[in-house]
Design a binder for this molecule. Sequence first.
Ligand code: 1HN
Length: 360
Amino acid sequence: MEAATVGSQPRTDKKALVYEGSKDPRRAAFYEKISQRDMTPLWEVLKDLVTREPRTACVPAIWHFDEVKPLVMESGGLLTAQEAERRVLVLENPALRGQSRITNTLYAGLQLILPGEIAGAHRHTASAIRLILDGEGAYTQVDGEKTVMKYGDFVLTPNWTAHDHGNESKVPMIWLDVLDVPTVNFFETAFAEHLDDAVQNTARVNNDSLWRFGSGVLPDGSDTSMIRSPVVNYAYERVRPILDRLKKTDEVNPHHGFRLRYANPFNGGWSSPTMGAQLSLMPANFKGESYRSTDATIFVCLEGKGATRIGEETLDWGPRDVFVVPTWKPYAHRTEGESVLFSISDRPAQEALGIWRELN
Ligand code: 1HN
């Protein structure tokens, strides 16, 4: 594919590119001739268009929370959340710098909201999740529901839902945002708008949706055809004990440990159609077997300590560290103490398109 573009800039001149076959003057002349009509020979580009296995520019990378937290805090002295709209340091894959993405399809960033600040209400086509990493007591409001957040909470802001944040606590809060922005932009389908009221009115009891839709019952009139979850906050204090239940009675998966999925309670599917998240508990001294799948995956350590071998590289992680595994790279986790890893990827989108694969 590299031959077809220079960087990410589309070519506008009509000069033919130089291919392997251009060494033959007859072919080179032919390529020049067809190039005047914006045509190019498939046989010169086919092997890069249709590869035997997934190829990616994305590389393994890790952000150690202890190292990056001071930088996130420093941004708090530069501008207010209101000035910034969202005060976030974007986690860019080292091989995809300048593209605001951690994988080819996902955006990730660390957002800071200081005591007393608000980040005004807006909505957009892109869907977001937040994973709370530091501080306690800031809130998000999503389409009329307020949720006060704590460590490990997994919060959804599905596409086109109004959302605003605020911090009424006494301590700064930092969370990881993951959005499907690169996916939405790939399809060139991005819309966004600011809402008139910076802080939306909430009509519901705080955390209402987890009780309504996450308790094994559904209220009359629930729109069960929704392709995304109605739950705003999958509170860690509700989800974490389930891992201990799995540990007591279930068989441990040799690759992933004891793992659960953040589900859409209407249909058992993923919490959103573009991003799928999971939470896994690995016992102390777990030595995971190698695994690979076509969904490049962002991991966050919530508890414990361990390391993940990705191809030839090994990344050591501890609480709040964020790391990324590229598509189709074999990886294996190992732990020291009992550890909990959160993960998120574009797997639901790949599954919907029928292109997701894994190799155990
Ligand atoms: C966004 O709306 C938020 O609402 C955070 O907190 C990060 C990155 C790109 C586009 C929209 C938020 C974002 C974002």
